[in-house]
Design a protein around this ligand. Structure first.
Ligand code: PEP
Length: 249
């Protein structure tokens, strides 16, 4: 039985004050919700204040990125340990905006997944094809390459600690959602591929969908056999719409 995960990625939005105001408004809206893991991914300066405010509620806090090194001369970066020390429980790895605007490679995503696991954070490995790749019939080839590079150094025993997020790049921030069957087709493929890597452990791996998820489309996505939650960008910025997504059933 896979517990669904609904994660909100705030990207480069919200000051520490805005983040705290969100949490204060959001927590009462989801107070009675059971059977769903909720994760908030604020910008770096908001990790500590958000972690402080959600303490004891079961809500997780994700760093949106980390460097793979433990420490060093990497100006502008933070290490997985620093994210954990600030109160993070999860870390997004290989988001398409990191790949597109900051030249992050498949190899870097693999190193980051390893580094994140080594400090006991839960990695949320993002992968997905661009519109050009989908139209060229390369969706499965691309997501398989990203999956194997991201998870190649993870043992089957560690496998269930990893969360995978399928985020077709053409659906992120565009208002275009993959249809539930379109998403399910890729999720089923990913689970099959994870099964070849980790055998039975694949059944416990949560595979999230991301790409213009809203309160209106979450239920149909969640009705699919291999969709175990959502990574939500735009619609996670308002406490009301994010709470409605969390309460999808
Ligand atoms: C994301 O940032 O991971 C995302 C899926 O964004 P949006 O929901 O805005 O498409």
């Amino acid at each position: 039985m896979r517990v669904p995960v609904i994660a909100g990625n705030w990207k480069m939005y919200k000051t520490a004050g805005d983040s705290a105001a969100f949490v204060r408004a959001f927590l009462p809206l989801v107070a009675g919700v059971r059977g769903v893991e909720i994760v908030l991914a604020p910008p770096f300066p908001s990790i500590a204040p958000v972690a402080q405010l959600v303490k004891g509620t079961g809500v997780g806090v994700a760093s949106q990125n980390v460097h793979f090194a433990a420490e060093g001369a990497y100006t502008g970066e933070i290490s997985p340990f620093m994210a954990a020390d600030a109160g993070a429980t999860h870390c997004i790895v290989g988001h398409s905006e990191r790949r597109q605007y900051f030249a992050e490679s498949d190899e870097m995503a693999g190193k980051k997944v390893r580094a994140v696991l080594s400090v006991s954070l839960t990695p949320i490995l993002c992968l997905g094809e661009t519109l050009a790749e989908r139209e060229a019939g390369k969706t499965f080839e691309v997501v398989e390459r990203q999956l194997l590079a991201g998870l190649g150094a993870v043992s089957p025993a560690e496998g269930p600690r990893v969360i995978v997020a399928y985020e077709p790049v053409w659906a992120i921030g565009t208002g275009k959602t993959a249809t539930a069957p379109q998403a399910q087709e890729v999720h089923a493929f990913l689970r099959l591929r994870i099964r070849r890597l980790w055998k039975d452990a694949a059944a416990s791996v949560r595979i999230l969908y991301g790409g213009s998820v809203k309160p209106e489309n979450i239920s149909s996505l969640m009705s699919q056999a291999d969709i175990d939650g959502a990574l939500v960008g735009g619609a996670s910025l308002s406490p009301g719409s994010f709470a409605d997504i969390v309460k999808f059933h």
